[in-house]
Structure formats: C-alpha cells, structure tokens
Design a protein around this ligand. Structure first.
Ligand code: RIB
Length: 315
C-alpha cells in the first residue's frame, strides 16, 4: 500500500538568477542564467513525497493568475492531489526571488501573497485529506494559526505531525506541544534555541534543548555535515552523501519528503533519516526547487549504496 501524506503549506513561483557571488547591500552585479521554476516549501515537500511514491494531498492557496495556474498544473502532473488548493481572487500567487551563487548556496526573499491567506477554515475544509494521512507535513511559510489548526486536527486523531520550522522564526509553545517530530536546519536551530551548532557537541546540546521543550523527536539537518537524530535520550548522527552541489534550494524540502515517505512506510527513524539525507543530497545536484527533486529509483540507489557501506562485517 502506498504511504499517504498530507501537506499544509506554501506554493511559490521561484524567480531564480545565477550569480558568481551574492551582492552586498546597495550593490548591483551582473549574474548569469535566469529561470522561472515552481517552488514553495509546502509544494516542494508535496512533490518530493509524490516522486518517492506517496499519495499526497496539498492544502494551500494561490492567486487567480498565470503563476498560480502553472503551479497547480505542475503539482497535478507530479501526482499531487490539488483538490484542496484554493484559488484566491483577491491576492497574487506567492513569489520567491532567489540568487544562487557559484558554490550552490542561495539567498531567498519570499513575497508570500496568497500563502498568507491560507486559513484555519481551509484546513477544516480539507479535514478528510488530513485524517486519511499517515503523516502530516507542516512548515512556517503559512500563517502560524493555520499551521496550528492542522496540527491540532492531526494530533487529535493520532496522525504523526512533522514540523519543519522554516523559514526561521520563533515557534509558539502551543504549536510545539502538538509536534511529534521537529526538523530544523542550522539557522532554524539557532533561532529556536539561541545556541550555536558549530560542532557535533554543540549540535547535541541544542537538540537536547529542543527535546526539553517537549518534542519527542528532533532531527537537525546540517547540510554537508548530514543530520543529527535525537530521540528518547539517544543521539544518532547520519552522515551526508558526498555530492557536488549546483544549487542547495529545496534540499531541506527533499529531506522532509524522503524522511516522511520512509517513516510512513514504517521504516525505523534512523533509516528514515538516511532516506531524507539521500533525497536532500540528490536535490542539490540540479538547479531549481521542484525540478531538482529526485525519483524513488535515484534515492533507492543511494540508500542501497549507504547500506552496503555501513553493513556490519560478517564474522
Ligand atoms: O525551500 C525552498 C523554497 O523556499 C523555495 O522553493 C522558495 O519558494 C521558498 O519557499
């Protein structure tokens, strides 16, 4: 049986320019290639999960414009159920302005548009899709009270609630209390804990602070340092896969998709983190958000190689 996921989150059209380096304030620099690609953290996580074989429903909002229609069509052709994507006549579709430098790092400004009109009533209207899911995926590019409403619904019905607290911002205690698995990256961890994440020990201390806030499972995603899984007093570091990054945009979203699909398939947490790392690493090897999200075949190949390398030797 296919794993079933629900995602409540954002949809953006990404306007991506390559540049040799990031401009400093007040500076204009001449960049390179420009592309318009579908993105948005919610939509990216939905597409990442669908590409890995899950049945996924996205609850979101776009404007009544060509970007919105293109985003919906793209999700539909990736196999994401868009029944609960509402077209808002009063606002524009969300847009992200992205610069990607020669090292593959990015800088992003999001003009959220319709994403900020996603309401608790939209979540209630999609109740059936949320309650049918094994896992609910949430991020913070939508209004926090809407995210909280989705978490409340899922939690009340025993559905695993995964929060990716991105982009970095404070998370109300009332929302954290509803979260089963928190997946922040480095800057989000610093924002939530006020602590550095410079080395392995610092990461463990920060993860522990997040556990003490009442979340049962914390996974820090650490870019080319891999991920740290903290659960029931134990810490498990899962290394990243070696890649030559072209663009790190949506690597975190790919991680969330890979992790959530593996979890919904009943794989143990450490194995699900390996799936997340594989999907996240592969996503950095192509330009753009949704075009870079890997297929199941590609992720399985990387995971098998990892298992082969980490298999205990026979005695
Ligand atoms: O996580 C990457 C995404 O962040 C981009 O696709 C952009 O739309 C912003 O939401």
């Amino acid at each position: 049986m296919k794993p079933v996921l629900a995602v409540v989150g954002s949809m953006n059209m990404d306007l991506v320019a390559r540049a040799p380096r990031m401009p400093i304030p007040g500076e204009t620099i001449i960049g390179g290639e420009f592309r318009v690609v579908p993105g948005g953290k919610g939509a990216n996580q939905a597409v990442a999960s669908a590409r890995l074989g899950a049945r996924v429903s996205l609850i979101g909002r776009v404007g009544d414009d060509s970007f919105g229609r293109t985003l919906i069509d793209g999700l539909d052709s990736s196999g994401v159920d868009v029944t609960h994507v509402r077209i808002d006549a009063a606002t524009a579709t969300g847009v992200a302005l992205i610069v990607v430098d020669d090292t593959g790092q990015n800088s992003i400004v999001v003009a959220p548009g319709a994403n900020m009109c996603l309401s608790p009533a939209d979540v209630d209207a999609a109740q059936q899709a949320i309650l049918a899911a094994d896992v609910l995926l949430l991020q913070l590019e939508s209004p926090v009270h809407t995210v909280k409403r989705a978490a409340e619904l899922a939690k009340a019905h025993g559905i695993t609630v995964v929060l990716n607290p991105a982009p970095a911002q404070p998370v109300p205690d009332a929302l954290l209390a509803l979260v089963d698995i928190l997946v922040p990256n480095e800057s989000e961890t610093v924002m939530l804990t006020g602590l550095p994440v410079g080395d392995e020990r610092a990461c463990a201390v920060a993860a522990n602070v997040l556990l003490e806030m009442g979340v049962a499972t914390v996974i820090l995603t650490l870019g080319d340092r891999g991920a740290l899984l903290a659960h029931q007093g134990s810490f498990n570091r899962v290394p990243a896969f070696p890649v030559s990054p072209v663009d790190t945009t949506a690597a975190g979203d790919a991680f969330l998709g890979g992790f959530a699909v593996a979890l919904a398939e009943g794989r143990p947490l450490p194995e699900a983190v390996v799936w997340g790392n594989a999907a996240g690493g592969l996503a950095t090897t192509k330009l753009g958000a949704q075009p870079s999200l890997p297929t199941r075949e590609a992720v399985e190949a990387v995971v098998s190689k990892y298992e082969e390398e980490h298999r205990a030797p026979c005695i």
